[in-house]
Design a protein around this ligand. Sequence first.
Ligand SMILES: [Cu+2]
Length: 130
Amino acid sequence: MKTVKIIIIALFAIVLGSNSYAQMTDHSKMDMSKTSTDSKMDMASTKTETIKVSGNCDMCKARIEKAAKIDGVSKAEWNKETKLLAVTYDPAKTNTDAIEKKIAAAGHDTEKVKAEAKAYDKLPSCCKYR
Ligand SMILES: [Cu+2]
């Protein structure tokens, strides 16, 4: 620990002695604060939830994931076997109700929102899950 301190002090003295001291520290301070706040915001601003969505095949998967990717959704992945959709979204921009409504409009039942017959009828025969 002592050696580290001495090295830091020595480096600081060298930097202090140079003409560009003020500029250098200003830049590094700005960059550091910017990156740290950015990463904090990313972590705090997204939420991942799992929603049960009815479907059969890979075509369903593509349709469900496409429908789920509304504004504010950064990631949507549906599992054909478990019928679970994992969505990562920004709670300030959207919510699971909006996502589920959009999926139901594409013809797929979700936990809270059921697809209307009109939307369901449009599905190709391989995708009829009811
Ligand atoms: Cu399908």
